[in-house]
Design a binder for this molecule. Structure first.
Ligand code: UTP
Length: 325
């Protein structure tokens, strides 16, 4: 069912990276800096995705870019002058950093003229696929799923059960209202796959009330999609916010009998798409960093102590001078 196993060990040649969104939750930074280039410590999200795609064995990174976000593609250029200057100065570690992205993947740009939605962005990538590609991976560059390797697990599920496979994480029920939530059923008991990690998807509900949520398994930014997704994307109408939603196309495929499963990811996940997720990601990566980790740990401990002292002083002040009404 898939491509040459030696060239693409998991059957995935193309990873689609939608990077044409407006990044409104990150304004004002995203007036001039694409959110996909915001650094996690020192490495932009787009390079972390290139690393994940490279590890998967994919050979094409189809980056969906907006006309005003060309810097995302520039990140994969060679920068010969910078390399020359750094080399002359003996800064070889920095040379390796400059060259790393281009060594990981050679991206192909697909322009999305207007941000008409994630589904629309993914649909545009069909133009760069070869005829023999029956599956694509989609990796959202503002979503880190760690440790890397979940798409490899998803490919193993597709190899056994066919269809499309999505990545899910299990969140506390009170948090489901932030996410797309899967309506699931168990896989057959005689399957070799682990029933606690692999479920069949029968539907999806966007941002439900916790009491109404069909499960606590929520969507993350990793998709392994059968090529039929492109046909489904052409047949759906704009949904929420007037955008072409990827989940609407997946739901259409489910309704038409296409098998869709989730792999429940058990590691970490960081949502880089908004400051509330980006800041913890930087702290997490920073604490693990060999150079910055020890100092950052001390700095965070000191900052926490300062804030706690200020909170305690404020609480004591409020107790002494209760607000008069
Ligand atoms: P998001 O909804 O998280 O990104 O889309 P956004 O639209 O940039 O964010 P806000 O809501 O304005 O803050 C998930 C991914 O899909 C891409 C985004 O760039 C992001 O990587 N995307 C989204 C597109 O490529 N095109 C679109 O039309 C919408």
């Amino acid at each position: 069912m898939s491509l040459s196993s030696s060239a693409h060990p998991h059957g995935v040649k193309t990873v689609i990276v939608p990077a044409a969104g407006m990044g409104t939750r990150f304004l004002p930074a995203t007036k001039t800096v694409p959110k996909e280039l915001l650094p996690v410590v020192d490495t932009p999200g787009i390079e972390l995705i290139a690393e994940e795609a490279n590890a998967l064995g994919a050979t094409r990174l189809a980056v969906i870019v907006a006309p005003n976000k060309q810097e995302v593609m520039r990140h994969f250029e060679q920068f010969p002058n910078l390399v020359e200057t750094l080399t002359e100065r003996g800064k070889f570690e920095q040379v390796a950093k400059v060259q790393r992205a281009a060594k990981l993947m050679t991206p192909v740009a697909v322009e999305q003229a207007k941000p008409l939605g994630l589904g629309h962005a993914v649909g545009l990538a069909e133009s760069v696929l070869d005829d023999d590609e029956d599956v694509v991976a989609v990796m959202l560059p503002d979503d880190l799923v760690l440790p890397m390797g979940v798409v490899e697990k998803m490919a193993a599920v597709r190899a056994e059960l066919g269809g499309s496979v999505l990545c899910a994480v299990d969140v506390p029920r009170e948090e489901v209202f932030n996410y797309g939530v899967f309506d699931i059923e168990e896989i057959p008991a005689d399957s070799d796959l682990p029933a606690d990690k692999v479920k069949r998807v029968v539907g999806m509900v966007e941002k439900p009330d916790p009491a109404d949520a069909p499960s606590t398994f929520v969507a993350t930014g990793r998709y392994l999609l059968d090529r039929g997704i492109f046909d489904a994307l052409r047949r759906i109408k704009p949904g929420k916010g007037g955008e072409i939603q990827l989940t609407d196309a997946i739901e259409l495929m489910i309704r038409e009998g296409h098998p869709v499963h989730i792999v429940v990811h058990e590691g970490k996940r960081h949502d880089l798409g908004n400051p509330a997720g980006y800041i913890p990601a930087c702290v997490d990566f920073g604490l693990s960093h060999p150079t910055y980790g020890p100092g950052l740990r001390r700095a965070i401990t000191a900052i926490l102590a300062e804030h706690e002292a200020a909170d305690t002083a404020e609480a004591a002040g409020a107790a002494q001078h209760p607000t008069q009404n």
